[in-house]
Design a protein around this ligand. Sequence first.
Ligand SMILES: *Cc1c(COP(=O)(O)O)cnc(C)c1O
Length: 496
Amino acid sequence: MNYKSTRNSQIGVSAAAAIAGGISAEGGLYVPQNLPRLDESRLDRLIGMDYRRRASDILGDFLTDFTEGEITACANAAYGAQFDSPHIAPIAKLSPDVYMLELWHGPTCAFKDMALQLLPHLLTRSVAKTAGGKTIDILVATSGDTGKAALEGFKDVPGTNILVFYPEVGVSEIQKRQMTSQEGKNVNVCGVRGNFDDTQTAVKGIFTDKNLTGRLAARNAMFSSANSINWGRLAPQIVYYVSAWCDLVAGEEIARGDTVNICVPTGNFGNILAAYYAKRMGLPIGRLICASNINKVLTDFISTGVYDRRREFHATSSPSMDILISSNLERLLFALTGEDSAAVSAMMEELSASGSYSVPQKLLGALQDEFYGGSANEEETLLTVRETFDRYGYLCDTHTAVALKVHGEYVRRTGDSAKTIIASTASPFKFAGSILKALTGEASGPDEFERMKRLAEITGTEPPPQLMGLRDKHERFLEICDKDEMCRFVCSALEI
Ligand SMILES: *Cc1c(COP(=O)(O)O)cnc(C)c1O
C-alpha cells in the first residue's frame, strides 16, 4: 500500500518512505491511499488472536513493503515483558455500559508507549529500506509524555541518537524526573527556558536548518521525528481499538456485529483519529466522543465549524491535552472533504496566517455525524476522579477523568447509552498530586513520591515501580538552556 499527502493527493510513497520522512515535502501529512477492510470473517479471525498477533495482522495491511517476518519481529519486540499486563492493553469494566481501555501498562505509564515502543523498530527498518546505512538523529519537543516514551523507545537502539527538549515550566514533576534520569548511551535531554510552543518552534527550525542538515548529511546521518504526525505512530494506535472490540466479543460483553461508542481524551487528535480509521475500516463503532479540557478548541470546532486557536492558553491538571493546534485534525479534514488536498492546504494556510479557519456547512454536517465534542473544566475533572473512585472503586488519572465527564454529559444530552469504550491514557500515579487533591482536598506530602505513597495507601493500590523507583535514580541531565541555545546543544550532543 502506498501513501499520499493531505496537501498533495497525487503522490504515492511507500510506507517505509512515509515513516522515514515523517512529513511530506509540501508540509502535508501522509495518509494511506486506501484503507484496508475489516470484514466479518477477518474480525472473527482476529478475535482468536493475542495482542501481538492482532498487531502483526493489522499492521501488515498498512506496511506492505515490510515482510511478514519483519512485522512479526517488530510487534513481538514492542509488545513484550516491558508491559506489566500480558494483555498489553487490558480492559476494566467500570459499569454495565462503560469499559476502560487501559493504555498505560507500558514502561512510561502513558498511552504514548503503545506507539513509541514500536516506532523505533519501524523507523530503523524504514530508514534501512529507503536511506540504507544512515544514522538517525531524533529530535523531540515534548509537553511531557511523548519525551519520556520516545527516550524509552529509542534508548540504545543501534544507529540512532535521541535528543529531547522539554519546557522548563509546564511538565509535571514526575514527567521531568522521568526524563532527567533517563538511561542509555544515545540519549540526551535538555530543559528550555520558555513554553512548549517556543520549544516546538525552535525544534522545527533546527529540522530545516540547511547548515545543520548539510553537516549531518556529510556524516551520513539525518534528522527524524518521533512526534504524532508520523504515520508510524498512528498505525499502532488503530490496533488497540480493534483489539478492544475483539476482547469485548471474546469476553461475551457484546455480540459480533454490536456497535460500541468510543470516547477519547484528546490533545493533538492522534488517538481519536486512530479510532476513526478503525471505524472506516469496518470496525462496528458508533459515535466518536472527543473530550477536551478547558483548552477546548476542538469542542468549539465540532459545534460551530470554526477552528480558532486565538485564545488564552490554560495550564491544567491534564497537561498532555494543553494544546491549541491539533495537528492530526488535518488528516480528518482530508477524509471529510473527500480527499480535497487543495481545500485542506487552504485551511491550513489560513490557520497559520490568521490563527483560524472555518469549514463549509456540508463538512460540518459530516463532522457532527461522526463526532460529539465536549469539555470538562478543572473542577469537573477533579470531581470526576473522586466520584469515579467513590462509586466504582476505580482510580483514574486526570486525562481519563475528562473523558469520563464528557461521556456522562453525552449520555444525558443524547440519550445514547450504547456500550462505550473509554480510552484511559495514563496511570493516575503519574499525576499523584492532582489525584490526591481530588480525593482528599489537599495535595499532602512534601514531594511527589510521598504523594504517590499516600495515594497508594488510601486507595489500596500499588504505585508503578518505574515511577516510585525514580526517587533513587541519578538525575543525569540537568542542563537548562535558552531557546536560541538549542542549536548549539544539538551540535555538541551530536558532535557535529
Ligand atoms: C498525549 C496524551 C493525550 C492526548 O492524545 P492525542 O493523541 O494528542 O490526542 C491524552 N492523555 C495523555 C495522558 C497523553 O499523554
